[in-house]
Write a protein that binds this ligand. Sequence first.
Ligand code: FE
Ligand code: CA
Length: 512
Amino acid sequence: MINRRSFIGSAAAGILLPASLARAAVKTNPFTLGVASGCPRSDSVILWTRLAPDPLQGGGMPPADIAVGFRVWEDAERRKLLREGTVAAPAADAHSVHLKLAGLRPGREYWYSFTIGDFESPLGRTRTTSRDTGNVRLALASCQSWQSGFYAAHSDIATWAPDCVIHIGDYIYEGGIGTIGTRTVQKPGETLSFRTVRLHNSAEIVTLWDYRNRYALYKSDRALQAAHAAAPWIVAMDDHEVDNNWAGDVPQDPWAQTPLEFRVRKLAAFKAWYEHMPVERPPKIDGISASLAMNDVFRFGQAQVHLLDTRQHRSDQVCGEGFPGQAPCTELGIAERTLLGTAQEQWLARELRASGARYNVLASQIWLSPWRFDAGGDAPEVNMDAWDGYPAARQRLIGTLADGVANPVIISGDWHCAAAMTLHERPFDPSSRPIAREFAGTSISSDCGWMREMEDSRAVNAHARYLNARHRGYCRFEADARHWTTTYRTVADPYHAESPVRTDVEMRLTDL
Ligand code: FE
Ligand code: CA
């Protein structure tokens, strides 16, 4: 029954404590942060856990690399053991485990767990991809502010158990500690109210210690753990995993942190992100500079998903900080300003040309479709942090998509409200040729304080078929040989962990 025992990983960085000594060094359950899997391929997947008996205080592990046991089964009842072995949890990676499980079969489910002595992790389910899958089921999640709501949406994702969860950023928020209670915001004709239901664990996070403890706080949530244990995830960070609205080497508030400080902060943020995500590639670290290889391509049956990195390679935002809309300025027109960077733009064009998939999905952190907040005219007021703030780069991408790419589907987040839109060749001219459909997910739990402005500007945004800025939730996508179906799931009460989650609207696409 057992066909392979293996030891994976090396302990080049330190002494590897064998299982018996490792067990002696761990006094309480080290699997407090659950398990996860990610980067699903047709023959491999990454399995993740992190040993953290004292999760909010740096983890609480001794400063040695630890040998962790793992087992993989072909059934949820754990009757058919496929593989078992040992993998290193390096101290230098905060005792996280990134185990690449290779040699798997396409389109199959697997179950896995980790052990240290008699401590055993929760059981995780994962799934390899397949080009031949008839019906693909994907979930889209983003923006899960700890303080502003509970994760009922994640419980619903766990119940649905899709082929993959695509998380496109704001997995954590970097801010400090709020105040429990209700906060009201006065808008013309309406008083909006928002609640803070639970608190962050420190002031604004800056150091590696801070980022690790913040990830541990978020990952202590049972619903989030359940969603990770239910399906593999593909993940790309947005801004709040580092600092609000950062761009390349520029923080949101360059007057408050020097370039050197921001570089060190980014290194810490990137390292902690790797340590807590089921991804394959650690950050490349060169002195105090770090970079992540985040953009990637995944194939799920009829759908090819291009996961974009719209944060790390972008030019800085221009024109000012007007919110939610900012009037344009001369710099907006500079042709060289980029959002993806040249290398990623070329990579994306290559992947799209070679895809052959029926649906070509672009998972973009930020909205690709336009949204204007003014009354109409030639100078639209837009969110300068989204693709709206990078019109030349967007036009280049539209050119690529218009050039024979089958059924481009954009899925996006960041903006905390749900919208289904059509992207046109001239984005602000809905009479121009339709190029792509966009489904912007809402947020798992983050507030949309600009919901009134979104609703009030709906009439001048005729390319939007659906808008819901009032509810938290996530999207389900299903693709088969005939249809693409998007289902917006909404959380009835974001301030209640056990809230019901319902279908708000279901949309079915035929070919573009
Ligand atoms: Fe967000
Ligand atoms: Ca964001």
